[in-house]
Design a protein around this ligand. Structure first.
Ligand code: ADP
Ligand code: MG
Length: 441
């Protein structure tokens, strides 16, 4: 199948071919014609399955081919939860509109507000924004949405998790006219909160549910390792990062302090690592991301800020030094590898503090996670008993938990993995599985 078969213009197809993109992915094959036909969309498909182009292609085509409702207001607004994700989307958009006279602007928090006001006066056709800063511009009326034709939310569930419900309502109300089309995409949309939101945002949406949020990703090999406190976790971490099959690697930690400490630790072992913490300035963050994407260093250590923004095919491994609290976040974190048909490995270290998160993730993913061990690096922690009151957050690193053995652990040695050089193979990465409309019970 070609992009032109989906109704996409030749020029766009040529533009994609320059990027080596010739065959639509599953989500693109479903979403592009649906969006071009003018329907609202509620779409869920796996991490790395090509959702960005699934909404950008019909958006760009619309701006190229159809007359604008307003000469001044943006025609397309794309809202993404984090600066990293907004930047990623913007980069893809810029490639698509290269050589056209379509104007696009990125509006992020952490950047100069007045510069943004000036740039908005240039009447961009596309605005890609994070919700907080966008709302500031709407309040100040430096941006009007009455002529908006297409409103797109990427990773809408995360926007809600971050507490931007009011901002979403405001955007919805200011761009509230009969002709507006709205598209909502994520890998994890089955939350009650998202259902409530989509009832307000979407009009008779077409549901495109290509995978369940909790479906195991066939291109990502997931393994878990029981770990004692910090020293043991650090020893395991160093062991994994040193393996030959690690190309680039992203490590997720619970705290900023840990990102800095682990970066020092790995550098002291000759492994090039950098910490990306939320408190860095925007330009520093972009510099680090840029250097990582150019493969100037091997290991990026971060908290959740980057878990949905990074799309780098060279990332072979994701390591959860600590587990995230929410199971959905686990899905997005591990989804930084195994993208666009490549294979990836996700390793999670599960210590006493991680146990409640482990239980939540295990139940979300329907129990398919297994523990492994590394020879010479097995610890004392064997998991916590189910009935025991959970020690979540109360335990500090120096207090020993009363860890009781459970029969869960499998004493399998870690198998060496083949180097990861899978060809780009998009076909079949997202099996079709339609679900009922979540908003119409
Ligand atoms: P998602 O948003 O679903 O996590 P992305 O849109 O970020 O995934 O796409 C993941 C990667 O796949 C990107 O590097 C993107 O350039 C690439 N990609 C997207 N569509 C195609 C395609 N049709 N063929 C090959 N690669 C693609
Ligand atoms: Mg995406």
């Amino acid at each position: 199948m070609h992009f032109t078969d989906l109704g996409i213009d030749n020029r766009l197809e040529t533009q994609l071919a320059h990027q080596g993109i010739t065959q639509p992915t599953d989500i693109q094959a479903h979403a592009v014609p649906t969006a071009l036909a003018g329907h609202d969309i509620f779409a869920q498909s796996k991490t790395g399955s090509g959702k960005t182009l699934a909404f950008l292609l019909p958006a760009v085509q619309r701006v190229m081919k159809q007359k604008a409702l307003s000469k001044r207001d943006p025609r397309v607004l794309i809202v993404a939860p984090t600066r990293e994700l907004a930047t990623q989307v913007f980069t893809q958009l810029r490639l698509l509109i290269a050589g056209t006279n379509i104007k696009a602007l990125k509006i992020l928090g952490g950047e100069n507000f007045n510069d943004q006001i000036k740039a908005l006066r240039n009447d961009p056709h596309f605005v890609v924004a994070t919700p907080g800063r966008l709302a500031d511009h709407l309040t100040q009326r430096s941006l009007q949405l009455s002529g908006l034709e297409l409103l797109i939310f990427d990773e809408a569930d995360r926007i809600l998790d971050l507490g931007f419900t009011e901002q979403l309502k405001m955007i919805n109300e200011l761009a509230n006219h009969r002709l507006r089309q709205t598209l909502l995409f994520s890998a994890t949309l089955d939350h009650a909160q998202v259902d409530a939101l989509s009832r307000n945002l979407l009009k008779k949406p077409k549901q495109i549910m290509l995978s369940a949020a909790n479906e195991q990703h066939s291109d990502i090999k997931q393994s878990l390792y029981l770990a004692d406190y910090l020293d043991h976790k650090e020893a395991l971490l160093a062991h994994f990062v040193k393996q030959d099959d690690v190309g680039q690697c992203i490590i997720f930690t619970a705290t900023r302090a840990d990102t800095a400490r682990l970066s020092e630790l790995l550098n002291s072992k000759g492994l090039k690592a950098q910490a990306l913490a939320g408190d860095l300035t925007q330009s520093k963050r972009l510099d680090i991301m840029d250097a990582f994407s150019r493969e100037n260093f091997k290991v990026l250590i971060t908290t959740d800020v980057a878990s949905r923004g990074l799309d780098l095919l060279s990332v072979t491994h994701v390591i959860n030094f600590d587990l995230p609290k929410h199971a959905e976040e686990y899905v997005h974190r591990i989804g930084r590898t195994g993208r666009a048909g490549f294979k990836g490995t996700a390793i999670s270290l599960v210590g006493p503090k991680d146990w409640p998160s482990y239980k939540a993730i295990k139940s979300f993913l329907n129990d398919e996670l297994e523990f492994h061990t590394v020879e010479g690096l097995t610890g004392k922690f064997k998991g916590l008993r189910d009935k025991k009151p959970q020690v979540q957050n109360k335990v500090n690193d120096k207090v020993k938990p009363k860890a009781k053995a459970t029969p869960k652990r499998k004493a399998k040695p870690k198998k060496p993995q083949a180097p990861i050089k899978a060809p780009l193979n998009i076909d079949g990465d997202a099996p079709m599985r339609r679900r009922k409309k979540p908003e119409q019970e």
